[in-house]
Design a protein around this ligand. Structure first.
Ligand SMILES: NC(=O)c1ccc[n+]([C@@H]2O[C@H](COP(=O)([O-])OP(=O)(O)OC[C@H]3O[C@@H](n4cnc5c(N)ncnc54)[C@H](OP(=O)(O)O)[C@@H]3O)[C@@H](O)[C@H]2O)c1
Length: 228
């Protein structure tokens, strides 16, 4: 059976994607900081899921992930991410620590996890790094998060040039009704945003079709007959 690791798998998109992979008989390692929430999701999704609690910014946690892998990985999804603060603030009002925290979680940790897990990635394995439309457009108050996603995109596509034996995809999932999105719009009604489950078919199509390494929007990947 194919094997995946998803960081930040206890909620939102990571949890939805894990459910989608398990339904296709993948074995999935899920990470997240809140051990109890992660264990509850693992119980819900069944025996194919292995929870591994920890913070992606912690090198010890990343080593523990590597130590837990016995048979190699076919897919690594760097999904865990942070906005830095809520409500979001203009660039000139961001202190150094917020900038460092965002960089550490959204850029340094995925790059370090890829480096740590490179020996475990099977030939032809895929790496999916989550990005955002904020990496393309320039929205007021989104500067720190957006800049970190730009950096993650650039690292990913550089890796595509350096390691052509693997697939390297950056994927913008689009707006989703999750805690991160609510944190970006505190106090606002976000019930019109689609649930993360709605974009999972796009990720599954990516795995089926294996297009070249590059940047993709989940909405464009969904097969025309998805959900029919
Ligand atoms: N939601 C949107 O509208 C949207 C739009 C564009 C892109 N994205 C991207 O999509 C991805 C998923 O976002 P989401 O909205 O699904 O987020 P979410 O609902 O807030 O879930 C985040 C998940 O990551 C975990 N996590 C957060 N920080 C972590 C850390 N340092 N170490 C390990 N786990 C961590 C959380 O669990 P713990 O808190 O327990 O650690 C949780 O399981 C992110 O990369 C985000 O940038 C989201």
């Amino acid at each position: 059976m194919p094997r995946a690791l998803i960081t930040g798998g206890s909620a939102g998109l990571g949890r939805a994607l894990a459910a989608g992979l398990v339904a296709r008989d993948w074995d999935v390692i899920l990470t997240g900081r809140d051990e109890h929430r992660l264990a509850a999701v693992a119980r819900e999704l069944g025996r194919r899921v292995t929870p591994l609690a920890g913070d992606v910014t912690d090198a010890g946690h990343r080593s523990a992930i590597a130590a837990s892998i016995t048979d190699g990985l076919d897919l690594l999804v760097n999904n865990a991410s942070t906005l830095g603060l809520s409500p979001l603030r203009p660039v000139l009002e961001l202190d150094d620590q917020v900038l460092r925290d965002v960089w550490e979680t959204n850029v340094v940790a995925p790059a370090a996890l890829i480096r740590t897990l490179r020996p475990y990635l099977e030939p032809g394995a895929a790496v999916i790094n989550l990005t955002s439309d904020a990496a393309v457009d320039h929205y007021e108050t989104w500067g720190a998060y957006a800049a970190s996603k730009v950096a993650l995109e650039h690292l990913t596509l550089t890796l595509a040039a350096e390691e052509p034996g693997l697939r390297w995809w950056v994927v913008d999932p689009g707006d989703m009704r999750t805690q991160m999105h609510q944190d970006a719009f505190p106090g606002q009604d976000i019930s019109d945003r689609p649930l993360p489950e709605s974009v999972v078919p796009g990720f599954l199509a990516l795995l089926d079709d294996r297009p070249p390494s590059g940047r993709y929007r989940a909405a464009e990947l969904v097969p025309a007959n998805a959900g029919a």
